[in-house]
Design a protein around this ligand. Sequence first.
Ligand code: ARG
Length: 464
Amino acid sequence: MNENKKLWGGRFEKSTDEMINEFQASINFDKRMYREDIEGSMAHAKMLAAQKIITDEDCQKIINGLNDILKQIDAGEFNFDIALEDIHMNIEKVLTDNIGEAGGRLHTARSRNDQVALDTHLYVRRQTAEVQKLIIALQKSIVNAAKKNRNVIMPGYTHLQRAQPILLAHHLMAYFSMLVRDFDRFAGVYERTDIMPLGAGALAGTTFPINRQQVADELKFNKLYNNSLDAVSDRDYILEFMSAASILMVHLSRLSEELILWCSREFSFIELDDAHCTGSSMMPQKKNPDVPELVRGKTGRVIGHLMAMLTTVKALPLAYNKDLQEDKEGLFDVIDTIKFSLAVYAQIIDGLKIKEDNMLRAVEEDFSNATDLADYLVKKNLPFREAHAVSGKIVHDCIARNIYLKDLTLDDFKKYSDLFDEDVKEAIKPETCVKNRNSFGGTSYKQVEMQIEAACKWLDSRRN
Ligand code: ARG
């Protein structure tokens, strides 16, 4: 290539090796930050003019030139050049080609080190808000599913063994709560991304009388970095975004695992919508839960990007090092993956078909009401330990007879304890077991209704 093209070519006698050019270029991926790069440059130019570092006339030329480039890129008509390394130099070079000398003044009091930091902050801040919207959309789908299935009873599990009867709505609302924390985590990410790095220069600040606050105001940043070294080398906000994303994906992965199990023939608790599944090229009977499987699979990939970035930043000396360019591909992939997964998941939940009878049967044809049998005796003043032993013995004998607690007569019960009365039958019905778990946050109809109400309020308060 013609070496004069390089914006930093002055000090060099030889042109860059072709392979090295390709190796170090980031344009193929950082071009997605073109909007942020242009917004940042416009704010910088306005500040330079306000501070009389450049003339108003040059500033106007820069703004117009950048607007033209923005339109060109939006229209897919901009020619990105790998020899110009990154989005910053691609735009600056074309700007200068288009408007002449004024373009050459744009980079006054700025380095690509603080420029890339600014672009990435703007980008992550914007994407964080979008992720939060998608979390809310999924939460709405979850609340709707909970409302639609208010009275559906299913076994709750521990150790993947049927444990106690619960409401399906209760189970679903657990995911709602997890997503509230995810939302809050991203709010924290937003807060710590909302800090303006420009003006740090390459690392030490600048000799020009800049006004960093003006740039921050123009771009609606809440704060300024108060240390220039930190401003150009901080990637905590990316690490935090990726960790919030990883935890979010872990939640979706747990839900995926459950949905995959539940739509297996062995469980048969749910069916996914045909539109959300695929068949097998070989086995005609198959309907595969690909979407939850893929979300579960992509969780590994998101966690991997977090690990990669932690490893990249670990032991990096201050301030900027080219290693930091490695932040973007993983970050972008994490953003794409979580946004896609959240959007797809809302559809999956909307399309869920619940096999209510199978869920209830799984409760009735087992012993998940054994705790309630013990609790019944405790309410008749037997110490819990003894009640537990009685109930355990009854379960043991039922298993031997291949029957369930509901099949026992009052006489059968009385053989184990005088405390049993006719009302024991009612006490061990699944509906009663659910209704009676009325402690705050429990699975009773009332408590779940309260959860749903609180969730709706929470969602309403996010609207602004
Ligand atoms: N493309 C670079 C990055 O993503 C921009 C900053 C480059 N700065 C430098 N001095 N080489 O990190």
